[in-house]
Design a binder for this molecule. Structure first.
Ligand code: CMP
Length: 151
């Protein structure tokens, strides 16, 4: 099966010009970009995306943060992409994030943690359906790294 995950550069990541560096990390690791767009996240979609957090005290400020500017949402495909992406972005709280991870290299505070990645295969499927239409996902192949994708 082709595993896919949703990665989003949050408003602070866009504002700090980190989209290229974050995208580059996923490309150089060997994952395949199959969907990409920039949008001002509608509150309705965010409330579905974060439905498990709706009773948390930080939920209103999370919505405020996530609507403070455009986000870039991406779908990455490849072997173990869900788990690997979570390791690549680092711990949710930047103070716990290892150097070499996105959050470990680019952030200091949990409420401005630059990036999102789905936390499970099921979560990824739900989030990809929430943010992308099927026709926005590109099914492409090429010779580069093809052996990685076939694992
Ligand atoms: P993420 O794991 O991408 O999705 C949930 C987000 O909620 C998380 O990143 C943080 O941005 C935010 N979040 C989680 N816990 C806290 C907290 N204690 N205070 C503020 N924001 C939080």
């Amino acid at each position: 099966v082709r595993e896919r995950t949703l990665v989003a550069v949050k408003p602070d990541g866009v504002q700090r010009r980190l989209v290229g560096q974050i995208t580059q990390r996923f490309e150089q690791r060997g994952f395949k970009l199959v969907g990409l767009k920039m949008l001002q996240a509608p509150e309705e979609q965010l409330s579905q995306h974060y439905h498990e957090l709706r009773r948390k005290p930080f939920y209103p400020s999370l919505l405020h943060y996530m609507t403070s500017g455009p986000i870039v949402v991406m779908v990455w495909e490849g072997y173990n992409v869900v788990r690997t992406s979570r390791i690549m972005i680092g711990d949710t709280n930047p103070v716990e994030a290892q150097a070499g991870t996105v959050r470990g290299d680019f952030s200091i505070h949990i409420s401005r943690n630059v990036v999102h990645a789905s936390d499970s295969v099921e979560g990824a499927q739900r989030e990809i359906e929430l943010w992308f239409h099927q026709k926005e996902l590109m099914d492409w192949a090429c010779c580069d790294h093809s052996s990685t994708y076939q694992i």
